[in-house]
Every structure is written in structure tokens, then in C-alpha cells.
Write a protein that binds this ligand. Structure first.
Ligand SMILES: *[C@@H]1O[C@H](CO)[C@@H](O)[C@H](O)[C@H]1NC(C)=O
Length: 253
């Protein structure tokens, strides 16, 4: 064995540890210890949002207790998925950070923004201090900001934070003043292609959240290709990275 081989082995181990660190938490397991959020947890699993959360490095999940979620759980799966994605902030906020929120509203990016389907600022939240309380609301114009921070449920510092808010975040859609949990079932009017960039959404104002009159009933689950292509790109680039590193190190022997 050449004297170089043990550092190389060590480097390889480091790469694999770094790769597996991406799966360092499991939101299903984390929420499993809190029976108050079992409905929220079930919905995360049913919609596949749970595995999207697990793929993130630094994330905050805004959970709602079972007694507050019944309006959402009766919605069609697409709507539930959208609403849950809006409750996932792509940054780490624990109670200490929430307590330091200035009076100026802070804009937060949500998982829904990454879906490429967000319109009218629906992919963003604002966190606002109102006296001693902090509220979370949709950045979509016309949304009411009545989801109040209740408490920190649990954290794994800088990876994942779970915060309880008082009720499901209200998200205004273009036609009606607000998201109404008991409205008639929305239907997706058109399914955007899997490669559509969030920044490249067309200017036309077709809404995906209202029942389209005589819309073709060929609505397919457009989220599956999203997930698989993202996952395969991630694993392909990981393999490429390891391979390139290996080649590089071999040239140094
Ligand atoms: C996450 O935890 C749940 C419940 O413990 C388990 O069923 C599931 O397989 C876990 N997922 C991963 C990706 O490990």
C-alpha cells in the first residue's frame, strides 16, 4: 500500500459522510413524538412533502395542531400539498430568532416557491412583529396575517426547526379574497412542465386554484417528475463529484 492510500480512504469516507448528512433528519419521525400534530404529520407523508423537507439542509416547519387543521385535510390532495409547502420555510428559525424579529416585516421563502407554480407572491411568507406577538402570513396580496407564533416544538439546531402556529396560513388567490377551507374543490387548470423555473412563470394570470369550467379531466400528478428528476440530478452530481475527486487524487499519487 502506498503511504497516500490512507488519506485517500479518509477523504472518501468524508465525502460519504457529507452525502449522508443531507438525510440527517426525518420530519415524520420528529413529529411522531408529538400527538398534537399527528394530522399535519400524516398529511406531510400522504402528499410527499415530508421527503422534500428531509432533503433540505436548513428548514423551518410551521405546524398546526390537529384541532386547527380539519378545514385543510378535507381539501383535494393538490391543494393540501400546496398549503403544506407554504408552511415550510427554507431557512432555520428557532424561538430565539423569532424573538429577535424586528418590527419591519421579514420575507421568508417557502418550499412552494421552489415548485415553480407559485403566483402572486404565494411562494413567500412575511413574519411580522405585532407588539409581543409574531405573526406569519402569506406575501400574496390580500392574505390575512392571523397565524400567530405559539411555541417552539422542537429543533435540531441549524438543520430543522418545528414551530407551532395558531392556525393554517391564509393565502389569497386572485379571484376570491382568501383561501377558504370549505370552498368547492379546486381543480388544476394546467400542469406546468417539470423544468419550469420559478422565475420564468408566464405573465398570464390563469389561476390554478379555482375550478376551471369544463377543464379537461386529464389532470395528472405533475409533481412526480419534479421529484424524480431533482433526485436523479442530485445523485448524478454526487456521483460525478466523487468520481472527479477520485480522478484528481489518483493523479497526485
Ligand atoms: C422516517 O421515519 C418514519 C417513521 O419513523 C419511517 O417510517 C420512515 O421510513 C423514515 N424515513 C426515512 C427516509 O428514513
Amino acid at each position: 500500500m502506498s503511504p497516500m492510500s490512507s488519506p485517500i480512504v479518509a477523504l472518501f469516507l468524508t465525502f460519504f459522510l457529507l452525502l449522508s448528512a443531507a438525510d440527517a433528519f426525518n420530519i415524520t419521525k420528529i413529529l411522531g413524538s408529538f400527538s398534537d400534530y399527528s394530522t399535519f404529520n400524516d398529511l406531510l407523508t400522504q402528499t410527499g412533502v415530508a421527503s422534500e423537507i428531509n432533503d433540505k439542509k436548513s428548514v423551518t416547519v410551521l405546524v398546526v395542531s390537529n384541532s386547527q387543521i380539519s378545514g385543510l385535510s378535507s381539501q383535494p390532495k393538490d391543494t393540501i400539498k400546496k398549503m403544506l409547502s407554504i408552511h415550510v420555510v427554507l431557512d432555520y428559525y428557532d424561538k430565539a430568532k423569532v424573538d429577535k424579529v424586528p418590527s419591519k416585516p421579514l420575507t421568508l421563502t417557502t418550499l412552494y416557491q421552489q415548485s415553480g407554480k407559485a403566483q402572486n407572491q404565494q411562494g413567500f411568507l412575511t413574519m411580522t412583529r405585532v407588539g409581543k406577538q409574531v405573526s406569519f402570513g402569506s406575501a400574496a396580496p390580500g392574505s390575512s396575517h392571523d397565524s400567530i407564533f405559539v411555541k417552539q416544538v422542537t429543533t435540531q439546531p441549524y438543520d430543522i426547526s418545528v414551530l407551532e402556529i395558531s392556525n393554517v396560513i391564509n393565502v389569497a388567490i386572485t379571484s376570491s379574497p382568501s383561501y377558504a377551507p370549505n370552498a368547492s374543490p379546486p381543480r388544476k387548470a394546467l400542469a406546468p412542465g417539470p423544468n419550469k423555473s420559478p422565475l420564468a412563470s408566464p405573465p398570464k394570470t390563469t389561476r390554478s386554484d379555482i375550478p376551471a369550467a369544463d377543464a379537461p379531466s386529464t389532470t395528472t400528478d405533475s409533481d412526480a417528475p419534479d421529484n424524480t428528476s431533482a433526485a436523479s440530478i442530485a445523485s448524478a452530481s454526487a456521483i460525478l463529484f466523487i468520481f472527479a475527486s477520485a480522478c484528481f487524487m489518483l493523479t497526485m499519487i
